[in-house]
Ligand binder design. Structure first.
Ligand SMILES: NC(=O)c1ccc[n+]([C@@H]2O[C@H](COP(=O)([O-])OP(=O)(O)OC[C@H]3O[C@@H](n4cnc5c(N)ncnc54)[C@H](OP(=O)(O)O)[C@@H]3O)[C@@H](O)[C@H]2O)c1
Length: 274
């Protein structure tokens, strides 16, 4: 039972990763992302999810300097973008990310998408960075089961995290079970479907039953499925709202009702076609 914002998942290598983090995709570089992170840290968040692609790593780094919490108590994730994949290119991209973040290590470094013909070389670079202690954990995003199987045939270190699109319209049961079997922590991106599911009657009824918002019900469902979640917001009230999910519990029936909303529907691209 996850009871507090400071509760953590334990990755395959023993590293603790907060169950809840702040996503900053589309949070503008500069003041917008800095303010969002300050509000989040004040609300108890300790994990921030950025990427070279988001073009806001400098703001993330600046925010980390401005908050009252020491760097080592924060969990910073960044990612290598598709056009930066390959062994040497990935090493360069990581160096560039750290420079922008103005940090000497990352907590988690992820392959952003499984670029066909490239991701294995990219992964080797992540293994190197991990062995050198420049990132405390390594993982992938948007890997389907066949990508994970293919990577694990050759890799030295298994991915510790797989960050994928995951919400009540895309419940990814098979992938979740596969990841659990292989000690790969699943992490949900676009958990709130950008709000596009907030008028769903089953979710509205559950929100009313628990005296919570639909966003809170969905995020709680993530946690109870053992999935790390990183809702994005730049709004102070919504940042707080999304963190107020530790004082209630969905019943088995509630969980099943949410599962029943699955339509295998992607909001973002299909990893096989991107
Ligand atoms: N690895 C990948 O390929 C990948 C892809 C996409 C996303 N991600 C990561 O996952 C994070 C989350 O996904 P996302 O940003 O695409 O979508 P999301 O978190 O599902 O939704 C974010 C949107 O919902 C709004 N919102 C947030 N909380 C709300 C609330 N309580 N009530 C009403 N509206 C709310 C936000 O607006 P306001 O900001 O105005 O509150 C924003 O427009 C990203 O920021 C990024 O870090 C990773």
């Amino acid at each position: 039972m996850i009871k507090s914002i400071s509760d953590t998942a334990v990755l395959q290598n023993g590293l603790k990763m907060p169950w809840l983090g702040l996503g900053v995709y589309k949070a503008e570089e500069g003041q917008e992302v800095i303010e969002a992170i300050k509000h989040a840290v004040a609300a108890g968040y300790r994990s921030i999810d950025t990427a070279s692609f988001y073009k806001n790593e400098e703001g993330v780094g600046e925010a980390v300097k401005q908050v009252d919490v020491p760097r080592e108590e924060l969990f910073i994730t960044t990612k290598v973008w598709n056009t930066e994949q390959g062994y040497e290119e990935t090493l360069r991209s990581f160096k560039e990310s750290l420079k922008k973040l103005d940090m000497d290590y990352a907590d988690l470094f992820l392959v952003h998408w499984p670029v066909s013909g490239k991701y294995k070389e990219t992964w080797k670079a992540l293994e190197t960075l991990y062995k050198e202690g420049k990132t405390k954990a390594i993982g992938v995003c948007n890997f389907k089961i066949h990508h994970l199987e293919d990577l694990m045939k050759d890799c030295e270190i298994k991915p510790m995290v797989n960050q994928v699109e995951y919400h009540p319209r895309l419940t990814q049961k098979e992938l979740l079970a596969f990841c659990k079997d292989h000690q790969i922590q699943l992490e949900a991106w676009r958990p709130l479907l950008k709000g596009e599911i907030f008028d769903e009657p089953i979710l509205m009824a559950l929100a009313e039953k628990h005296n919570k918002t639909v966003a809170q019900v969905i995020l709680r469902w993530d946690l109870q499925n053992g999935v790390i979640t990183i809702p994005k917001s730049v709004n102070e009230n919504r940042i707080k709202e999304n963190a107020d999910i530790f004082d209630f519990e969905l019943s088995m029936e509630d969980m099943e009702q949410i599962d029943s909303l699955n339509k295998d529907l992607r909001n973002g691209p299909d990893p096989d076609e991107f």
